[in-house]
Design a protein around this ligand. Structure first.
Ligand SMILES: NC(=O)c1ccc[n+]([C@@H]2O[C@H](COP(=O)([O-])OP(=O)(O)OC[C@H]3O[C@@H](n4cnc5c(N)ncnc54)[C@H](O)[C@@H]3O)[C@@H](O)[C@H]2O)c1
Length: 435
């Protein structure tokens, strides 16, 4: 099938490439000329494990192409997937301008029936808004489908190829069948294909993210209680995760959740509730608890150094909002870096994939280390902000010999306090007895 993907960012590039890998003829469109140029030359604008290999193969086999020409890209296909960014405004409402602009452009370009599937995360009612924009800009009949996406950066290809479920919000039986056929290669392991109303499909994405965010905020507060009573949140977590009603995922305490999705989706839910006069103080609390995590962690670092923070050389490992991505959007590390810099510290950051994005954001305001041990040279302290695997079992002796002062603020609970103590480190961790 010929499919056009509009928006070639973290989501659209993965979606388009995975459909191409399944034999479809894919055109990925983006208005960002630089992005399209580099993708056409097989240079990845983002880091996502396994993506480069798939893009290369599908470009070579001519199942995948990249263009900025939206009008030309949508004329000759049956399906258009919307993968355009939907950022939050300060009041928690979503800015759908880019999405609806893209829809207007599509409407003006097409002269045949199309199925428009919206994979961007949008509040309930957006499918109707898309239908309205189509009606205003074309006489052509189209069907609009809400098809929320659940992929996670860092394992996005695997998530797309082996989804837990496919959700399709659409009332037309014929369109549901086309969508089912399209996704059937990805559901061979028996995972469900769920159809529902567009509004339920749109809401499902928010429900999922709020549920996940709640687990993290709850674990973070339980970690605080553990820390205060000399209990160990890691031990509590392990036992908790064995309960079949709870399960082991999304129970890791730390600096809180970040990224482009989770914080925004919790804030959107709060906004949606307020707009209808509903009280949703539990969801509001998830958001507040999360914001407070990074503040508490920063406070711990600042209190340790006191007035002497100015001029201290602080190393920071891992800046992206989670491991295996270079995405800095909403990353707790940025809050820590910004505030350490504001306090006068000299911050040296090592991140396995986000150096280019850090340079773009900070220019000369921070130092970017080429290797993780290099960041420690002469450091007065180390902050661990993202749990990349390579940070899990470092050479503690080497770390100690490079650092000026052996103090670690571990925002991801990577090490065992007793081991760190035996290597002579002062080790600040989350929700575990202090050493
Ligand atoms: N990133 C994820 O892991 C993920 C997961 C699930 C859902 N989503 C949702 O997918 C959507 C896209 O997210 P993303 O992370 O890929 O964002 P992104 O910012 O990485 O990519 C969006 C792309 O859309 C392009 N764009 C914007 N307006 C356009 C237009 N009118 N025409 C053509 N291109 C246009 C931008 O240039 C950009 O490259 C969001 O709604 C997000 O919530 C993302």
């Amino acid at each position: 099938m010929k499919i056009t993907i509009v928006g070639t960012g973290y989501q659209g590039l993965v979606v388009g490439t995975c459909f191409a890998e399944n034999g479809h003829q894919i055109t990925c469109v983006d208005r960002d000329q630089e992005r399209i140029k580099s993708l056409s030359e097989c240079r990845m604008p983002i880091h996502e494990p396994g993506l480069e290999e798939l893009v290369t193969r599908n470009l070579e086999e001519e199942r995948l192409r990249f263009t900025t020409n939206l009008a030309e890209a949508v004329t000759d296909c049956l399906m258009v997937f919307l993968c355009v960014g939907t950022p939050a405004r300060d009041d928690g409402s979503l800015d759908l301008n880019d999405l609806l602009d893209a829809v207007a452009q599509i409407a003006k370009a097409i002269s045949e029936y199309h199925i428009i599937a919206n994979k961007s995360t949008c509040p309930p009612g957006t499918t109707e808004a898309i239908e309205q924009v189509l009606r205003e800009n074309t006489d052509q009949t189209c069907d609009v489908v809400a098809n929320p996406d659940f992929l996670k950066e860092g394992s996005a290809i695997d998530d797309f190829m082996r989804p837990d479920r496919i959700v399709v919000g659409c009332t037309e039986v014929r369109v549901r069948e086309i969508m089912k056929e399209l996704y059937s290669p990805f559901l061979r392991t028996g995972r469900p294909f769920l159809t529902m109303s567009p509004r339920s499909a749109e809401m499902m994405k928010y429900a999922l993210n709020v549920m996940l965010a709640a687990r993290i905020s709850l674990m973070n507060q339980l970690a605080d209680i553990c820390g205060a009573y000399d209990a160990d949140i890691n031990e509590v977590r392990e036992a908790l995760g064995t309960d079949s009603r709870i399960g082991p995922t999304f129970l890791f305490p730390g600096l809180g959740f970040g990224g482009p999705g989770l914080p925004r989706d919790v804030a959107t839910c709060v906004r949606l509730a307020k707009d209808k006069g509903l009280t949703c103080d539990l969801i509001e609390a998830i958001y507040k608890v999360n914001q407070r995590r990074r503040e508490q962690f920063l406070k711990m670092i600042l209190e340790y150094f006191g007035d002497s923070i100015a001029g201290k050389r602080i190393a920071l490992w891992g800046a992206s909002f989670k491991p295996r991505t270079d995405d800095l959007r909403g990353a707790p590390a940025l809050y820590i870096i910004d505030n350490l810099c504001a306090a006068g510290a000299k911050v040296v950051v090592f991140d396995p994939t986000a150096s280019a994005k850090l340079l773009e954001r900070y220019s000369g305001a921070i130092e970017i280390a080429p290797k993780y041990y290099t960041a420690l040279e002469g450091a007065d302290g180390l902050v661990i902000a993202t749990e990349w695997n390579e940070f899990r079992r470092p050479d503690y002796e080497r770390m100690g010999s490079l650092m000026k002062e052996k103090v670690i603020f571990d925002g991801r609970n990577l090490y065992t306090p007793k081991v760190m103590e035996s290597h002579g480190f002062k080790y600040f961790t989350i929700g575990r007895p202090a050493v």
